[in-house]
Design a protein around this ligand. Structure first.
Ligand code: SAH
Length: 246
């Protein structure tokens, strides 16, 4: 089985799609499923479509929102049927599988699939460190969500089989510690938004776009926990809560 990779399905409307995704996962040796606020689950149609992969359904975690489903991850890959205008690092399925397989050697990774009707919201995309798009007919680019799960899990299985060598024992940069989790990054982004507001740098009109760009910048830098704490210390100082001179 492929460890440490979590498939997350957000607000799925049709329980049959949850079952079909579980089947697709089990075929490809992926077992961890998280469901964010599904419309109907557990459900007989989900079980029927899982067709023997009901162990995956039984072990699935249901949570209220995407932030809770990915809080312990450092790498969160959102699957998007559209090529978005705000440019997150956009990966092809094979590249996404490579990023996920490498990260999964040391920490949980989430791959997130959106609603059948409208995909992932901007707030949900904000929690993603990368996006993956499955190449399609440009005039008809939206796959059924369980089929998108199938394609990504297939790539993951191929990559994991090819990549079965020993896990690296040292991090590439010995000066860098453990990369911050999404929960730590979200704490930082909340603090950043508040500080930019308090020091008068943002106004309501431009803050959303600006914060989205800053999120991308800091995700790209992939800071460790200590670096996030340093940044937060700087924010607190800028907010006048602490004197650095004492
Ligand atoms: N109408 C929606 C499509 C939803 S399809 C929209 O325009 O966004 C449901 C989910 O399946 C998507 O949120 C995405 O996670 C996944 N998906 C569908 N087609 C995909 C593709 N070509 N590449 C990557 N993910 C895809």
């Amino acid at each position: 089985m492929i460890e440490n990779v979590r498939i997350v399905m957000v607000h799925t409307s049709h329980p049959g799609n949850i079952g079909a995704a579980a089947r697709a996962m089990k075929n490809m040796c992926v077992s961890q499923l998280a469901l964010v606020n599904p419309r109907e689950f557990p459900n007989a149609e989900a079980t029927a479509r899982a067709s023997g992969a009901d162990d995956i359904l039984a072990a699935a975690h249901t949570v209220e929102d995407l932030a809770s489903a990915v809080a312990d991850c450092r790498v969160v890959i959102g699957a998007s049927a559209r090529i978005r205008s705000v440019r997150w690092p956009l990966l092809a399925p094979r590249e996404a599988a490579e990023v996920a397989a490498l990260e999964a050697r040391s920490a949980p990774v989430a791959i997130v699939f959106g609603r059948e009707s409208s995909g992932l919201s901007n707030d949900e995309l904000d929690l993603c460190t990368h996006l993956v798009h499955i190449p399609t007919n440009p005039a008809y680019s939206s796959l059924n969500v369980a089929m998108a799960v199938q394609v990504i899990c297939y790539e993951l299985m191929l990559t994991t089989v090819a990549d079965a060598g020993p896990a690296p024992t040292t991090s590439p940069d010995p000066a860098q510690g453990r990369m911050a989790s999404i929960a730590e990054m979200e704490g930082f982004f909340g603090h950043l938004a508040q500080a930019l507001d308090e020091i008068g740098f943002t106004d309501e009109r431009r803050s959303e776009k600006l914060l989205r760009r800053l999120r991308r910048l800091f995700h790209r830098a992939a800071p460790d926990s200590e670096e996030v704490n340093i940044l937060r210390g700087i924010l607190s100082a800028a907010q006048g809560r602490k004197s650095m001179r004492r």
